[in-house]
Design a protein around this ligand. Structure first.
Ligand code: 2NL
Length: 360
């Protein structure tokens, strides 16, 4: 039986030299398979007399156990090495710069819309959106704008052909985002606190007017709402947007068909080294229209104006962006010139947050 220990050394040496899973498997078959060498020896035990079988059987079992253990240890270590090689080959250096180099930037209008959403979300306002193709009821009638009002005229509003009208309602490109607020009042129960940002269209085109521009309107409907709520909300918004603590707002009496009373809001500013800066009171810049929602507008939306009151306001987003970021020509906003965007655009990674600052 001493030759068994020599045989064991031989098997173990072959197993240690096996360089892949197939070689390990071939050795397993050769040693422990149905007609493997060790299996044959175990089968031969049957022909021995009981005393000899006991001794030889014990020794053979030691051999079989040793070879079997060596085979599975070799298999495990080859698999581990294979996995290590695969992981090394597929390694990604996450510290490398992004490929390809970033070319696009976030348009200032999108940036300002994100800033507004962030500021008003903090005050409990949701962002509401609606169709850009509207009808004259949602865009004008529900807003207490009379049939004869100049805003309804063909030369101010883009109308779709009369033949497309449905149920007496003429289709048009919305001239403000107010119809979004009308739809919200008709489909949701008060209290309502929303801002409605988006594209609006007017038949107007010169150095300071484009036929499409961006507006955000705000609306609050609840019980007992008054001008004090409007004033605080607009002051809080302007301070957060321009990132100034001492800002003076001037409320000037005005007129809109959809608010009563109505106020135009000017922000105090001052000249500093040739540029206009928000803050101070040496000159005034008109930035907002606002007022208490007209009771007729509340009624048109199916709400009782004795129970529900509210305030609303409207701001031009393109102008807000120009004031904050210093562009001088509105038309460049819509030229799609990548050089302009490189200069005025924002990193997609610079998401405005109140904690990190809504400015850039
Ligand atoms: C301006 C004027 C304003 C509103 C918009 C509004 C909306 C509803 C009801 C009542 Cl649903 N009002 N919006 C109110 C006052 C002014 O915008 O000059 N924007 C640049």
């Amino acid at each position: 039986m001493s030759d068994l220990s020599a045989e064991q050394s031989e098997w173990l040496a072959k197993i240690a030299a096996a360089s892949d899973a197939a070689a390990v498997e071939a050795l397993r078959v050769a040693a422990l398979g149905k007609s493997g060498a060790i299996t044959q020896k175990l089968k031969a035990l049957g022909q021995m007399d009981p005393e000899a079988r006991k001794v030889a059987g014990a020794a053979l079992n030691v051999l079989r156990e040793a070879v079997s253990a060596a085979l599975s240890a070799r298999k495990d270590s080859l698999e581990a090495a294979e996995l290590d090689a695969k992981l090394a080959a597929e390694a990604v250096d996450v510290t490398l710069p992004v490929e390809p180099a970033r070319l696009g930037t976030v348009h200032p209008v999108s940036q300002v819309m994100d800033e507004l959403a962030e500021i008003f979300a903090d005050l409990g306002f949701a962002v509401a959106t609606g169709p850009e193709i509207e009808d004259d009821w949602h865009n004008f009638t529900a807003l207490n704008i009379p049939e004869s009002h100049p805003a309804r005229a063909m030369h101010d509003t883009f109308y779709f052909p009369e033949q497309l009208a449905k149920e007496g309602r003429r289709f048009l490109l919305r001239t403000h985002t107010s119809p979004v607020q009308i739809r919200t009042m008709m489909s949701q129960e008060p209290p309502i606190r929303i801002i409605a940002p988006g594209r609006v269209y007017r038949s107007d085109s010169d150095a300071t007017h484009t036929p499409m521009f961006h507006q955000v309107e705000g609306l609050v409907i609840d019980r007992g709402i008054h001008m004090g709520h409007l004033k605080w909300t607009l002051e809080t918004f302007i301070k957060a947007f321009f990132e100034v603590d001492d800002v003076t707002l001037r409320f000037r009496p005005s007129y809109f068909p959809f608010t009563e009373p109505s106020a135009e809001v000017d922000v105090g500013c001052s000249w500093e080294g040739g540029t206009l800066k928000i803050g101070g009171e040496s000159s005034w810049l008109e930035i907002l229209g606002s007022g208490m929602v007209h009771p007729r507008v509340i009624s048109a939306c199916g709400l009782d104006p004795e129970e529900w009151q509210g305030f609303a306001f409207g701001v031009g987003i393109d102008r807000l962006a120009m004031l904050k970021y210093g562009m001088t020509d509105l038309r460049a906003f819509f030229d799609g010139d990548v050089r302009w965007l490189k200069h005025y655009g924002f990193s997609p990674l610079a998401v405005p947050t109140l904690s990190g600052g809504v400015g850039a």
